[in-house]
Design a protein around this ligand. Structure first.
Ligand code: SF4
Ligand code: SF4
Length: 471
């Protein structure tokens, strides 16, 4: 970014004329960057391969909104499981809120796919082709020589190819990898609408990673905006220890053999390395800012400077405002323990709901408009419609119904043995007969078991109507 930018006047990625100040972050190096790189390998593998991994015949992750088919970690979810989705979303919001309140925007710098692709894929290609910060700035300033055309052309070509690959993977999450591979085999023009969607996605990814870049995090992402209301003085964020960095006389350039503490000078030697390395173009020394994605690149940069000038590391580090004011080190506070406990309970609740979720959903309802039929020997008959939804990918064969709560007969009207196909449903009609002596009123609750062979796969309840005189 250009040197005249002052955070207090305007945002870091804008010039005084209101134009975009292109950010040329210096290539980060150091302990945290190494941790991030290793984490990124794992996350990239997860993001790229998840739609191509199958568990029990189900895609590992699938979000097919058009056909309302969702698979999370190999478990298929149906619109009937909506309550689980809502619970998971509430827990997700709770998690993000509590996590951000405790640890700031660390998700953005370490886990968010935008940062992973931008900083660990596209940015690395840029360093490889155009060089580090200084070389990139020089290249952009120079005329369109053959060297510049070659470098820029090659970089944009690679960016396009990677955007195209990401768009394909994105599509595999939406329509399933099986369909995607089938469409690739039969050719793009056989399914033009999907191909157009693929090109649009490619264009969007290319636009984001080649041009829009850090602006996703600084001006577009709603989570970044929310940060300002979630953080407080106890939140642990990437922060500059201004007490140590400034002392009484403020920051100043490094001079050999000078006792800075004695002279009242801060430990910050005003080298601007933390600013040069920042992918969102801010100066962390101005305090916690909305644009900071907690990527820790400035910690690495400052630590390496501190090492060189023989001062203790950690001038920039993970601190809360209170840590800095009270000159304490990072500790796990009761507040964090409380947040962790709330999260643990919510995640436990969701896990319990997931474990208790059955593979089959049964709906048995009395046929609308029908009362009951009085038969010989005091028998009463009711007619029902049933709908059985199979949430697994394999079929359930030889499906039968049994009355669990009462003695009586139950019979389904089907042609041959009843089968619920994988990821499908079976519908039909049922007749239930009970002896009127067993009824306690005109509306009796009965429980029905659904079996596949001898295995109970679901239980459900419904009403049985009888004559009013039996109350
Ligand atoms: S890298 Fe450290 S010493 Fe250099 S300007 Fe930033 S805070 Fe100061
Ligand atoms: S201020 Fe530091 S942690 Fe925040 S985005 Fe910039 S380099 Fe990353």
């Amino acid at each position: 970014m250009d040197g005249d930018v002052s955070y207090r006047d305007r945002i870091g990625t804008m010039t005084s004329e209101g134009k975009r100040a292109w950010v040329y972050p210096k290539k980060p190096e150091g302990r945290f960057y190494n941790y991030r790189t290793w984490l990124t390998y794992g996350l990239l593998a997860f993001l790229l391969f998840s739609p191509f991994i199958y568990v029990n015949g189900n895609q590992f992750l699938l979000f097919n909104f058009w056909e309302r088919e969702f698979v999370i970690f190999g478990f298929p979810f149906w619109p009937q499981d909506f309550y689980l989705g809502v619970t998971a979303m509430i827990i997700g919001v709770l998690f993000i809120t509590l996590f951000t309140a405790a640890f700031g925007r660390i998700f953005c710098g370490w886990i968010c796919p935008q940062t992973i692709f931008m900083e660990m894929v596209f940015r690395k290609i840029e360093y490889w082709i155009e060089g580090d910060r200084g070389a990139q700035m020089r290249l952009d300033k120079q005329d369109w020589t053959s060297e510049k055309i070659r470098k820029k052309g090659f970089k944009w070509f690679l960016f396009f190819i990677i955007s195209f690959i990401i768009a394909n993977v994105f599509l595999a999450y939406l329509i399933s990898s099986e369909k995607l591979l089938k469409y690739i085999q039969i050719g793009p023009f056989e399914n033009l609408s999907t191909f157009v969607a693929l090109i649009i996605f490619t264009g969007v990814f290319y636009f984001i990673f080649a041009w829009f870049r850090e602006q996703v995090c600084t001006i577009a992402c709603p989570y970044g905006r929310l940060q300002s209301v979630m953080l407080d003085r106890k939140s642990i964020v990437v922060a500059y220890n201004h007490k140590r960095g400034e002392r009484e006389k403020g920051r100043s350039r490094f001079k050999k053999n000078e006792d800075r503490a004695e002279l009242g000078k801060g430990d910050c030697i005003d080298c601007f390395q933390c600013v040069n390395v920042c992918p969102t173009g801010i100066d962390i020394r101005n305090g916690t800012q909305l644009e900071c994605i907690n990527c820790t690149a400035c910690i690495d940069a400052c630590d390496s400077i501190m090492e060189k000038v023989d001062l203790p590391k950690g001038l920039i580090g993970f601190y809360s405002e209170e840590n800095i004011e009270k000159e304490e080190r990072f500790t796990i506070t009761p507040r964090m323990k409380g947040f962790a406990a709330i999260l643990l309970v919510s995640v436990g609740l969701l896990s319990g709901m997931l474990i208790m979720r059955t593979d089959v959903e049964a709906n048995i309802l009395r046929l609308p408009g029908q009362l009951y039929e009085q038969k010989a020997d005091n028998m009463i008959s009711n007619v029902y419609t049933f709908k059985l939804i199979n949430k697994t990918s394999g079929p359930f064969e030889d499906v039968r119904f049994k009355l669990l709560s009462h003695k009586g007969s139950i019979e389904s009207v089907t042609h041959g043995s009843l089968v619920i196909p994988g990821k499908g449903l079976a519908e039909g009609t049922l007749f239930i007969e009970l002896n009127s002596a067993l009824l306690n009123g005109e509306k009796e609750k009965i429980e029905i078991g659904v079996y596949s062979g001898e295995k109970l796969i679901e239980t459900t309840r419904t009403n049985f109507m009888g004559p009013r005189t039996f109350r």
